[in-house]
Design a protein around this ligand. Structure first.
Ligand code: BGC
Length: 366
């Protein structure tokens, strides 16, 4: 069968012919893949040489890409009870280290050892293939009418976890209401994670701003304004003191991965504010920070946290929110998918294009 693979460090991906996957365990499920999203992490995997011997699946010198996916169950093992042939499913990404307390209770997003594997990212083949086999517990059934946009479930589980973590970080505050008193929130970036974070905040009734580099007349700006959020072009804000232009926020989700922006966002946190980094800057480089920014953290009880991946509750919440978003913001979720490619267009699919938000690879398209 056909799949799309890379060799980390090669900077490219190509179509390969690989063996058909087969059911090996009673709880295995064979899934016919429908469509898979392309994301910045895929490009990162393609560009950077393997960090250690765990980067590639055992015995292989290539990695099948793809971790934002949807497919349809085509065969179930004898022990599978919750899924049936024909069900639409989204596979989760991370698999536990098998050693720590978090992974033991299926919370690999909180792994203590860091020796996790992630399908299509590290150590395990991904979902950019005509068929995959996966354990029942790593598959989430989704409503049939969500399948065209369902790779976005994976993108949305990141902001879902961020919101849960922000809520936890504010749980000690003597205030009720959404996320323990978040009345103003800011999201940075204009990729799918940022835009879905804005929609998730708007669903919860939070007044939301978004700060991004795209022009104010572009599709990202239109999309967030349709959800009742305010778009602020990055060029209009002085990063030495962004508070002057933006005011202050109870919660900020930083989704660009730009370290300078992460540091600058400390300035716009209101007392008891929380900054959640979901972008994860990959470079090694020093970034200047004013000592008073740290003083302000103390003086205003600020929290900075980072969050990666998601637990099963976040995944389920992502499915539910994606359905609610489609009703609340008609056409908004669909507008996030700007490009669709066939597998044979692999070269084009991984290129960054102007105006691109989310590109999908349609597996069934020849
Ligand atoms: C994926 C996560 C993954 C993270 C780190 C992100 O792009 O959405 O599932 O845990 O990369 O590899």
């Amino acid at each position: 069968m056909r799949a799309i693979a890379t060799r980390p460090g090669s900077g490219r991906a190509w179509v390969v012919d690989v063996a058909e996957p087969e059911l090996a365990n009673a709880d295995d499920v064979l899934v016919e893949m429908l469509r898979v999203g392309v994301c910045g992490t895929d490009r990162h995997v393609m560009e950077f040489p393997p960090r250690n011997e765990r980067a590639l699946p055992a015995g292989d010198d290539f990695l099948i890409l793809g971790h934002e996916a949807v497919g349809r169950v085509s065969q179930t093992g004898s022990g599978v009870s919750s899924l049936q042939v024909g069900d639409f499913v989204v596979p989760t990404v991370r698999r536990g280290c098998g050693e720590c307390a978090a992974c033991a209770v299926n919370q690999a997003d909180l792994c203590f050892t860091g020796r996790v594997r992630e399908r299509g990212i590290v150590g395990l083949h991904g979902f950019l293939a005509e068929r995959i086999v996966e354990r029942e517990r790593h598959l989430l059934r989704i409503p049939a009418d969500l399948d065209h946009v369902a790779p976005l479930v994976e993108s949305l589980c990141t902001p879902e976890k961020a919101l849960r973590r922000i809520d936890n970080a504010r749980a000690h505050l003597p205030v009720d209401g959404t996320l323990h008193g978040v009345s103003r929130a800011l999201v940075t970036g204009s990729g799918p994670i940022a835009l879905l974070a804005v929609m998730a905040l708007r669903l919860r009734g939070v007044a939301t701003w978004i700060l991004a580099r795209q022009p104010a007349s572009g599709p990202a700006a239109r999309l967030v304004e349709d959800c009742g959020a305010t778009y602020v072009p990055l060029q209009s804000v002085e990063l030495d003191h962004p508070q002057a232009a933006l005011g202050v926020f109870d919660a900020v989700i930083e989704a660009t991965g730009a370290a300078e922006l992460s540091v600058a966002m400390l300035d716009v946190l209101a007392p008891n504010g929380v900054l959640d980094l979901v972008g994860g800057p990959p470079e090694r480089k020093p970034v200047p920070i004013q000592a008073s920014a740290l003083g302000g953290m103390v003086g205003r009880n600020l929290t900075i946290l980072g969050s990666v991946n998601a637990n099963m509750d976040d995944w389920r919440m992502a499915v539910q929110d994606l359905m609610t978003m489609r009703r609340a913001f008609p056409g908004g979720v669909e507008a996030l998918i700007t490009h669709r490619y066939a597998m044979r267009d692999v070269e084009l699919a991984f290129e960054r294009r102007p105006g691109q938000i989310k590109a999908l690879i349609e597996i069934a398209e020849k």
